[in-house]
Design a binder for this molecule. Structure first.
Ligand SMILES: NC(=O)c1ccc[n+]([C@@H]2O[C@H](COP(=O)([O-])OP(=O)(O)OC[C@H]3O[C@@H](n4cnc5c(N)ncnc54)[C@H](OP(=O)(O)O)[C@@H]3O)[C@@H](O)[C@H]2O)c1
Length: 307
């Protein structure tokens, strides 16, 4: 089925929570959904950056319904408080797991629990958040969890025997491994939703190659230097703005025809309209998903039983 990102279906009455929504793909996902009429909750770790993003959406979208919620996905207390706030909201129609470290540190770092920071940010915090906030989704008629994967999932491998990269850290392994794990989590979540007849769709997306230098400037949200604009524009043939990258998660949230277990990305791999895309065998593997799940439970300190 076709999809016109410039003409979205009416989303009024729906509530969408987006993690890491003060910048990048997350911000534009929030702005586009607010324009479609959804109530959008920006779950962000820095109150000032969150407020700048909320103000920007209010400036740019007439009658936007938008609010900020504190969330640091590497901090268990913050995750648990956000999950509580989501449950208090009542019904939530979609949870977009977007927050991420895209430029990992050169040497291995850990969060307060001792978990490797990129895995913690890109996977573990979201795992705990979904487990705790799930009742808010199951009460919605057409609820979705949308996980941000990456094309990087095609270029690396997930080391289940060294998930925290204690023996083999490089920044690239950390990023690619975390994104394979994020995708494997999203697909395993879909299998578990189906097996337990939980009425929620788990959809995995990737935004291609979306750079800030190719993205509209917005005060407090996206202010690339001239040099960054120049450098990013040199790659224009195979990149797009983060506003265009956001078309993929937005479709996953709004398109009634998208099923649980679907994988979406830009039509031309790194750029283009949001379409169905092929996910790697590894990230779709039920065997890998089943082995990963208990490791995520253990590292996030969060049992997550659906069956
Ligand atoms: N851009 C691409 O080409 C691309 C390609 C493939 C996949 N992706 C995925 O798409 C997602 C967004 O990427 P992006 O390019 O938009 O990145 P970005 O511009 O760097 O934005 C990342 C967002 O995540 C937030 N974040 C980071 N750590 C956090 C934490 N501990 N708690 C809460 N929020 C946190 C950041 O908040 P702060 O402002 O506070 O740091 C920011 O809002 C990521 O999951 C990324 O892996 C992007």
């Amino acid at each position: 089925m076709g999809w016109d990102a410039a003409s979205l279906p009416d989303a009024s009455g729906r509530t969408v929570v987006i993690t890491g929504a003060n910048a990048g793909v997350g911000y534009f996902t929030a702005e586009q959904l607010a324009r479609a009429g959804a109530h959008v909750v920006l779950a962000c770790r820095d109150p000032e950056r969150a407020e700048a993003a909320v103000s920007a959406i209010r400036r740019r979208v007439t009658r936007a319904s938008v609010e900020a919620m504190p969330l640091d996905v590497t901090d268990r207390r913050s995750i648990d408080a956000a999950a509580e706030a989501i449950l208090e909201h009542g019904t939530v129609d979609a949870l977009v797991l977007n927050a991420g470290i895209v430029h990992p540190p050169r040497s291995r770092r850990t969060d307060d629990e001792g978990n490797e920071l990129v895995l913690s940010t890109n996977v573990l915090g979201h795992f705990r958040l979904v487990a705790r906030a799930l009742p808010a989704l199951t009460s919605a008629p057409d609820a979705r969890v949308v996980t941000l994967g990456s094309l990087a999932s095609r270029l690396g491998r997930l080391r289940l025997d060294d998930l925290q990269l204690e023996r083999s850290y490089t920044s690239w392994r950390a990023y690619a491994g975390s994104k394979i794990a994020a995708q494997a989590f999203g697909f395993e979540l879909d299998r578990r939703f189906r097996a337990s007849a939980t009425p929620v769709r788990s959809i995995v997306v990737h935004p291609g190659y979306s750079t800030s230098g190719r993205t509209p400037g917005i005060r407090g949200v996206n202010q690339p230097t001239r040099l960054k604009r120049f450098a990013d524009n040199l790659q224009a043939a195979w990149t797009q703005g983060k506003d265009d990258g956001a078309h993929v998660p937005v479709r996953a949230v709004l398109d009634a025809d998208i099923e649980g277990g679907d994988y979406l990305g830009p039509a031309l791999w790194t750029k283009g309209a949001p379409v169905h895309a092929p996910a790697t065998r590894a990230s779709r593997s039920p065997r890998l998903g089943a082995r990963l799940w208990p490791l995520l439970e253990q590292a996030s300190g969060q049992p997550f039983a659906l069956l």
